[in-house]
Ligand binder design. Sequence first.
Ligand SMILES: Nc1nc2c(ncn2[C@@H]2O[C@H](COP(=O)(O)OP(=O)(O)OP(=O)(O)O)[C@@H](O)[C@H]2O)c(=O)[nH]1
Ligand SMILES: C[S@@+](CC[C@H](N)C(=O)[O-])C[C@H]1O[C@@H](n2cnc3c(N)ncnc32)[C@H](O)[C@@H]1O
Ligand code: SF4
Ligand code: SF4
Length: 329
Amino acid sequence: MLRDSFGRVATDLRVSLTDKCNLRCTYCMPPEGLDWLPNAQLLTADEIVRLVTIGVERLGVTEVRYTGGEPLLRRELVDIVTRTTALDPRPQVSLTTNGIGLARLAESLAGAGLDRVNVSLDTLDPATFKQLAHRDRHADVIAGLAAADQAGLRPVKVNAVLMRGVNDHEAVPLLRWCLEQGYELRFIEQMPLDAQHGWSRDDMVTADEILALLTGSFDLTADDLEERGSAPAERFLVDGGPARVGVIGSVTRPFCGACDRVRLTADGQVRNCLFATEESDLKTAMRDGASDDELAARWVAAVSRKRAGHGIDDPSFLQPSRPMSAIGG
Ligand SMILES: Nc1nc2c(ncn2[C@@H]2O[C@H](COP(=O)(O)OP(=O)(O)OP(=O)(O)O)[C@@H](O)[C@H]2O)c(=O)[nH]1
Ligand SMILES: C[S@@+](CC[C@H](N)C(=O)[O-])C[C@H]1O[C@@H](n2cnc3c(N)ncnc32)[C@H](O)[C@@H]1O
Ligand code: SF4
Ligand code: SF4
């Protein structure tokens, strides 16, 4: 098992399939993009599946999330999903994506056994989308969401990061639209994980602010029907339910005490936390001929060193050197 020194057990493996992206969301990366990892450093599809298999068969991983960067840019995605859903015991397999290309791929992904998707959408306005993501692709995301729903990749969840003066006036319309479409919206507090190191606490729209924006228009009640467990999102029933909205207050309402996550970067590094400052290099070990037992032992050791939490409020807090897109959000 992947147990840390605080007794938390990691069962949710988040795998970054690439650090590349076709958007440039301001809270994530600069408009000019980043120096992407060279192809030779990326894990191959076979290497990804080998490590995921070790996680599932030997280390107790029960959920696999493919993310990035933008996972839909990875050509072998459908094959990787097919091979992941064929594992025994079968893990839950999901995708976090910006939705561009999902209109074309949703059916194949559902056919490969993908269980569900989370799609990022911060605005209903194409012009704001272009300002925020530096690309004119709003319509592609909307089409991707519809295709995911049509293909049965439900519940379709929508992730929105609110930014002061940019899209914070859209909290209510975004929720109204998601309710109409049958998508579950979650608002996310912005974290200090952007490549430009531009995050500031004053600019972050907090969970309290988000809830205040919503309660003017909706009746929100705590969702005690379903256990929150380790989920980042605090969920609320909207107008009595059954529809829900989530708030992911990573900074002001941290959920590290219940964390069950471990990450694998696109270049084969195990990260025991989103904010980890050290990594364990499984790619080099694997390419040097390490056995499955040896890789599993390295992985167990990496998780055992996990810290209690992200420490954003500690005076000694250091933003990780890798940005969110390279870690796997
Ligand atoms: N602090 C922290 N935030 C996380 C972590 N994982 C995800 N998040 C935040 O939650 C947001 C949504 O993540 P998703 O990939 O959609 O998945 P999720 O909400 O964690 O999971 P599901 O609800 O099960 O689909 C991310 O953009 C992050 O802001 C984590 O390990 N730590
Ligand atoms: C890094 S992205 C990777 C997957 C895909 N490209 C996407 O955007 O969904 C995963 C999630 O992280 C969120 N994210 C990116 N930068 C963030 C930040 N600085 N703080 C909080 N969430 C962030 C995005 O909004 C997205 O929902
Ligand atoms: S949040 Fe996702 S879509 Fe936006 S730039 Fe980062 S990786 Fe790309
Ligand atoms: S910040 Fe680290 S410890 Fe906290 S929930 Fe995220 S991955 Fe887990």
